[in-house]
Write a protein that binds this ligand. Structure first.
Ligand SMILES: [Zn+2]
Length: 357
């Protein structure tokens, strides 16, 4: 299921392969975010050309809207016409971010469906939803505390997440869906490592590191990821949930994270920011007017192969949709290319931690 192919001697970085029902995911891997069943503005063909082998969908969104349509299509792969790997997030994290009105209890999350029906999302219900969608990698429901929660609240979230993890494992039905458990523990390194050790004892196929990237200082995120990794078995795949800006990837790959997902590269693209030569640039700036070079020299993406930065600057200023699409293609391709090169360097034993994508 997960095989480590090469390990760096000077850091925790490694290259591996996660085998799923929809093919292999080579790690370290980045999953573009397709919250509602689409990586915003892009087609599956474009994702393939970028080099993406996996994406992550939020199962919770489909609970609110689209569940029947997905079932009718025969699953999320068929529904969105993507035949490669699909991870599904259980959605606890999104609830917190969107300021959604809900009530948390030991049983699960209670809220109202769009038609007003009260609904309790519990661990087995969350897993049933993800399996029903045909997810290749599902996450057990977790209780994700808000940034700055008290120690008491953090301890409660750890306890609940552990109980829910056990319930999820009992509720497993599909052999085609791998199941990852989630590590919580707030911003306390000791609690993080402690919770990681607890979840590590359960029979999961891999582990997600959750509850981070909520606005805490970067040093805290890094320390919490390292503490979580310390408590997890080295043979298992580890997924850092919701984090993956170009500045972060090098650090976390070196620490031993195998899988990332983040809306950052595509969201930045839609706002006019693109990554090139290890820096972020703003396409709206006057200096791109009439530029006849591509966004990044040497980049093999469709946007750089076909268009000049001057043209994309013009499109963006005219608020043309194609600008967002081309910038999204470029940014996601930059991340995928960086990771592909990282995997090669790990296998060849020449890995050295680059500063950023
Ligand atoms: Zn490019």
């Amino acid at each position: 299921m997960f095989r480590i192919q090469a390990e760096d001697e000077r850091s925790g970085a490694r290259a591996g392969v996660l085998r799923t029902a929809h093919g292999d995911l080579e790690t370290p891997a980045f999953l573009p975010v397709a919250t509602k069943g689409v990586v915003k503005t892009l087609t599956p063909d474009e994702l393939r050309s970028i080099g993406a082998h996996g994406i992550i969908v939020n199962s919770f969104h489909f609970l609110l809207r689209g569940r029947d349509a997905v079932a009718k299509a025969g699953g999320i792969h068929e529904f969105m016409n993507w035949d490669r790997v699909i991870f599904t997030d259980c959605g606890g994290f999104q609830l917190i971010r969107k300021d959604f009105s809900f009530h948390l209890s030991d049983e699960g999350m209670s809220f109202k469906l769009p038609d007003g029906t009260p609904y309790l999302l519990d661990p087995s219900g969350s897993l049933r939803l993800q399996e029903e969608m045909g997810s290749d990698v599902a996450f057990s429901l977790d209780d994700c505390p808000q940034l700055g929660s008290s120690e008491k609240r953090t301890l409660l979230s750890m306890e609940r997440t552990t109980t829910w993890a056990k319930e999820s494992l009992v509720a497993r039905e599909s052999e085609n869906t791998l199941l990852f458990g989630i590590v919580q523990g707030g911003g306390d390194a000791e609690l993080r490592e402690d919770h990681a050790r607890t979840v590590a004892e359960l029979e999961f196929d891999g582990f997600g590191i959750g509850g981070l990237g909520l606005g805490e200082p970067k040093e805290t995120t890094m320390a919490m990821v390292e503490a979580s990794l310390k408590g997890l078995p080295s043979a298992s795949p580890k997924h850092l949930l919701g984090i993956g800006s170009p500045d972060d990837l090098g650090h976390y790959v070196s620490a031993g994270v195998d899988i990332f997902d983040s809306a950052f590269p595509a969201r930045n693209a839609r706002h006019g920011t693109f990554f090139a030569d290890g820096e972020s640039h703003d396409i709206r700036k006057r200096r791109f007017e009439g530029v006849t070079d591509p966004l990044e020299k040497g980049c093999r993406c469709y946007a750089c192969g076909e268009f000049t930065a001057g043209y994309i600057h013009h499109l963006y200023r005219e608020k043309e949709m194609l600008a967002m699409r081309l910038l999204s293609i470029h940014n996601l391709a930059a991340v995928e290319t960086w990771l592909a090169e990282t995997r090669v360097s790990l296998r060849e034993g020449t890995f050295s931690r680059p500063v950023r994508v």
